[in-house]
Design a protein around this ligand. Structure first.
Ligand SMILES: Nc1ncnc2c1ncn2[C@@H]1O[C@H](COP(=O)(O)OP(=O)(O)OP(=O)(O)O)[C@@H](O)[C@H]1O
Ligand SMILES: [Mg+2]
Length: 490
């Protein structure tokens, strides 16, 4: 953090120039820095009233006095900055300069003896609050944290390496949390208040933010941040993590090159968008790609890409442009490929029709727990288009449009795996007929830490679309479809 570094440099300079008479304040530094460390991790769970009682107590007494000083400093800076803090016309640089001046004035006015560590911590905490995302700042900066969930001021959970854990970070009060939320949403030109208590937005760095405040969120404001991976996972990363096998990766690449229509299916946060991004990376350079998403997440490397993003209704409830409208428009833009981030409504009908009328090679994702469930889900979504189609007609559309369903599952050990690659063959009477090409080998069991030992393995069935590969001259390794063998079981 630039400002922090500048302040630290200034501090170092001041410390060198400081006359020895001031030394006693820093003599307790070692013990203090320890207290300050632990204070930061659990930043005082005592209520503010209790902290206020110790008004006269020396700072050497512990973290509470420091917390109180931090709160009063932050409050003073907030008061002086007023609405300028959330003014989107001010650049970060201008804001930094203003707050820096104010912060040093306020800290100087507080005639409290502080050790150097305390002073730096104070400045950093206030700065995190004022500029950044308060107690969330460090979680946002931590690359190991992929998701942050705040359930009211006292509870912050994070996802690390696929697992959900409670974080020591917490907010001082509901008001403190609200300030951070307001700051996040106002910086992206949105607002949150009693009149519109829900916001779904994208941060400038691409991270997805969702916030709900009371009265909708009954136990306090709730914030969910899906951090944007600056370096999205690539096919090799997925193979290295055991999400895909090498043979499966080879098959999926061939499916994309052969312009099969592919649906990625999975529950929330199972890695659908990540896999869609990987599949899109297999699209040849010379094709025109149109991507359609609610919030842009895909990061295609090709040159010829048109990126479309839907728009929510404004405060008056007008101006909404949904995925469906974008899909219809995309078809008039001479696409070679249409990639829809997720189908969750009537657009699924337009998507299926596009797949059936020459726009093959399209890719999308759907929220479902298995390949068969994905088909059922698509049926429901098509009904949402309100065309009153008979179920059989809908199934026929699905059966002839979709060629492959790739199922993702988040296993108990936190890992995300492809648990099925399924070919959609056609209709037999009333049912859509499918066959599995790859399945996850649950039979391999778990190790002592509870990690699954299995991998996705071929079922031994040769898909019908393998003939298409041959016609197109796409050659796969001989053993891609070979059934369960010893070495596959690892
Ligand atoms: N195969 C994988 N192995 C490990 N982590 C993964 C894998 N795939 C995705 N992730 C991580 O999981 C998180 C969720 O991924 P992603 O956004 O792709 O899921 P999603 O299914 O699209 O979620 P949503 O349902 O919210 O749209 C991200 O942080 C991503 O980096
Ligand atoms: Mg997604």
């Amino acid at each position: 953090m630039k400002l922090f570094e500048r302040l630290q440099a200034a501090e170092d300079h001041a410390a060198q120039a400081r006359p020895p008479a001031e030394a006693p304040a820093s003599s307790s530094a070692p013990a203090e820095s320890g207290a300050a460390e632990s204070g930061a991790a659990g930043r005082s769970s005592r209520p503010p009233e209790e902290a206020r009682e110790s008004e006269s107590e020396s700072l050497a007494g512990g973290g509470d006095a420091l917390t109180r000083l931090k709160n009063s400093t932050a409050a003073a800076v907030y008061e002086r900055m007023g609405t300028r803090l959330n003014d989107p016309s001010l650049s970060e640089g201008q804001l930094n300069a203003m707050v820096r001046t104010m912060l040093s004035e306020v800290v100087a006015q507080e005639r409290v003896p502080l050790t150097r560590e305390q002073r730096l911590r104070l400045i950093r905490d206030v700065e995190d609050d004022v500029f950044g995302h308060g107690p969330l700042q460090r979680l946002l900066e931590d690359p190991a944290v992929t998701e942050i969930m705040v359930n009211g001021p006292g509870r912050v959970y994070v996802e690390q390496a696929g697992r959900l854990v409670r974080s020591a970070a917490h907010f001082e009060s509901e008001q403190h949390l609200r300030r951070v939320i307001e700051r996040i949403v106002s910086r992206v030109g949105r607002r949150i208040d009693e009149a519109s208590p829900l916001v779904d937005a994208r941060l400038p760095d691409g991270s997805r933010v969702h916030a709900v405040i009371p009265p909708l969120a009954v136990r306090g404001s709730t914030l969910t941040i899906r951090k944007f991976a600056a370096e999205p996972l690539r096919v090799d990363d997925l193979v290295a993590r055991g999400s895909l096998s090498a043979g499966m990766a080879e098959l999926l690449r061939a499916c994309v090159e052969a312009r099969l229509n592919i649906i990625v299916s999975g529950g929330t946060g199972t890695g659908k968008t990540t896999l869609l991004n990987v599949l899109s990376s297999f699209i040849p350079e010379d094709e025109r790609i149109i991507t359609i998403e609610d919030a842009v997440e895909l990061q295609l490397q090709q040159d010829h890409v048109v990126t479309l993003e839907s728009r929510p209704a404004n405060i008056e409830g007008r101006g909404e442009i949904g995925i469906r409208e974008l899909v219809r428009n995309a078809l008039r833009m001479r696409p070679d490929r249409v990639v829809v981030g997720e189908v969750r409504g009537g657009e699924s009908l337009d998507m299926l029709q596009a797949m059936n009328t020459g726009h093959d090679g399209s890719l999308s994702t759907v929220h479902a727990n298995g390949p068969r469930d994905a088909v059922a889900r698509l049926e429901t979504l098509v009904l949402m288009a309100g065309m009153d189609l008979p179920l059989r007609a809908i199934r026929e559309q699905i059966a002839s449009a979709v060629d492959v369903i790739i199922q993702l599952t988040r296993l108990r050990d936190g890992s995300r795996r492809v648990t099925a690659v399924t070919e959609v063959i056609g209709m037999e009477q009333e049912t859509v007929v499918m066959q599995d090409i790859f399945l996850f080998d649950y039979g391999a069991g778990v190790d002592l830490q509870g990690n699954f030992l299995g991998r996705p393995v071929p079922t031994g069935t040769r898909p019908r679309f393998a003939d298409t590969f041959e016609e197109l001259g796409i050659v796969l390794s001989a053993d891609v479809f070979a059934g369960l063998s010893k070495d596959h079981r690892g």
